[in-house]
Design a protein around this ligand. Structure first.
Ligand SMILES: O=P(O)(O)OC[C@H]1O[C@H](OP(=O)(O)OP(=O)(O)O)[C@H](O)[C@@H]1O
Ligand SMILES: O=c1cc[nH]c(=O)[nH]1
Length: 171
């Protein structure tokens, strides 16, 4: 396990690590599809799908309706449509997010995915795991573990040329 401090966050290097791990981990697996969680996870999923030759089997989830605080907080301004254009039944789905923290977004994404069918298997990939889980969730593929102060957020951004940067902002 690589534990990075926030000054070492080279998102492009982390992406290369994640891609290599996913490529090795999914070698020989049948019916693979990739689903990213809006927004950072969707960017990562689309780039992983392009690099792995899986663009026809790449989807996006917006978990806003499935959040456990939806009744309290309502919808954010930037809800995007969920898009799953492949048969989820019997697929091995790589669920992708940029940051894994409490695990609540993963729980919401799993609930939403199961509304589309019964996958053979779901695996989880995250660029960064910041620990502090509140649910029993673990990633199958993670490029780095990073300790981030409470009250701060790790934010992935993608520039026009597709490159990633990670910053630490006020939550
Ligand atoms: O494990 P968790 O505690 O659920 O945190 C991880 C989630 O938090 C962030 O998303 P956020 O809800 O901030 O939305 P964003 O992706 O649009 O920034 C991040 O992109 C993950 O999806
Ligand atoms: O369901 C969710 C998802 C992310 N964060 C939460 O607090 N709840």
């Amino acid at each position: 396990m690589t534990l990075l401090n926030p000054q070492q966050l080279d998102a492009e290097a982390l992406y290369a690590t994640l891609l290599a791990d996913v490529r090795a981990g999914l070698a020989g697996v049948a019916d693979v599809a990739i689903v990213g969680i809006h927004s950072g996870g969707a960017w990562l999923a689309e780039r992983l799908a392009a690099d792995l030759g899986l663009t026809e089997r790449c989807g996006v989830l917006d978990v806003s309706f499935y959040r456990d605080d939806y009744a309290k907080k309502g919808l954010p301004a930037d809800v995007k449509p969920t898009r799953i254009n492949f048969d989820v039944n019997a697929a091995t789905i790589l669920l992708v997010d940029d940051v894994l923290y409490t695990g609540r977004t993963t729980r919401a994404a799993l609930n939403e995915l199961f509304d589309y069918g019964r996958p053979a298997r779901i695996m989880l990939a995250a660029l960064v795991d910041r620990g502090e889980r509140q649910l029993p969730v673990a990633a199958d593929f993670v490029a780095a573990h990073v300790k981030v102060e409470a009250g701060k957020a790790l934010v992935l951004q993608q520039s026009d040329d597709g490159k990633f940067t990670l910053t630490i902002d006020q939550a």
